[in-house]
Design a protein around this ligand. Sequence first.
Ligand SMILES: O=C(O)C1=C[C@@H](OP(=O)(O)O)[C@@H](O)[C@H](O)C1
Ligand SMILES: C=C(OP(=O)(O)O)C(=O)O
Length: 450
Amino acid sequence: MTESPVHPALWPAPHASGAVDATVTVPGSKSVTNRALVLASLASEPGWLRRPLRSRDTLLMAEALRAMGVGIEETVSSSSATSPSAAASPDSTGEAWRVIPAGLHGPVTVDVGNAGTVMRFLPPVATLADGPIRFDGDPRSYERPLTGVIEGLRALGARIDDDGRGALPLTVHGGGALEGGPVSIDASSSSQFVSALLLSGPRFNQGVEVRHTGSVLPSMPHIRMTVDMLRAVGAQVDEPETGGEPNVWRVSPSALLGRDLTIEPDLSNAQPFLAAALVTGGKVTIPDWPERTTQPGDALREIFTAMGGSCELTERGLTFTGTGRIHGIDVDLGEVGELTPGIAAVAALADSPSTLSGVAHLRLHETDRLAALTKEINELGGDVTETADGLHIRPRPLHGGVFHTYDDHRMATAGAIIGLAVQGVEIENVGTTAKTLPDFPQLWTGMLGI
Ligand SMILES: O=C(O)C1=C[C@@H](OP(=O)(O)O)[C@@H](O)[C@H](O)C1
Ligand SMILES: C=C(OP(=O)(O)O)C(=O)O
């Protein structure tokens, strides 16, 4: 399959000479964009995505859906010419994708790259195609768990060829429809197993009832995001948080509406910029921070405040202000695991130790994030140890050196945060941020006024 973008050169992470004072417009959410693409493709009428994220993960999703027959047209101008109803809204300008659903066809080969959302959300979609859909991706994608999706779909009536490891590569032999119904899975290694089965659930003959049987379930906000977005396109969902049985989600069979959706900024990608305010004792504003959201990044308001800053949500967006003093934190990140690398970076610069827990499943993310953070921070002079389900971080004076990223976008941004406070940090392959934030180096230097 295609190689991940390789930019092996070392990027000198800019050192902050003073307090930052910036407004940073962060591109759209990866998680919302990729759910919206799937739901719009399964709808019974065309829909719009406005301000979608254009990054490796979302372009792979769009490309895969296009290959199966969905029309996805990209426009960059005001939508007024094509959608009068949206013309009055300020959100209607800028980039938009028009999604035109169609019958799904195979044979197709899908490149998932290393996108969890693509490798997990699309096999259920593929069961609805009229031919084989083969899934392949980066070497790391072969190591990321997929059992809940593979076994779950088989129990719901799908025919899937894989090599028995519960991972990629695999072929889903789409039969044009899937029976659906009740299924039990263990989603303790990824919430995306649950989201995957729910997202396509309305299109299964009997809908779907997903029962999670494992001991822990990470990333609950991402499951809430799935439920909210399904409801927004007309699906009927019963779930634990609104009175349903614990660990059981039910989606009724139904047609889905084509909607006009403006994608929220990616709050997890806002993290390094908020961290810059904290680390430099400065101030950063992120415009369009939603008042209400299911994105896990919203938890940064509380977490970074506990670490020493303060924040204010106004009509200008979220303004985060640091004091230059950073405190350690003892926090369970199970619900918001993708924030761990950025929090670990800040914690390495704090005035007291931190314990980050609840994130054993990060060993199966883009890289083994617990091992990678431990090694890279320690190579800069830090004192980090892995625990069974997280990290223990004792701050020490750090020095410059190469910060390796292991093809993990959040390792690159974590290294950049440390570089603000430590002279001579060089990020290996900063281009890996293209997975979800292609403009990261420019946004970072822009924030610093370089
Ligand atoms: O559904 C989603 O969009 C995501 C769910 C989470 O996955 P895990 O539950 O595998 O951690 C998160 O870490 C990932 O970045 C995005
Ligand atoms: C875990 C992440 O991504 P993925 O969607 O590939 O699981 C992430 O973005 O931190």
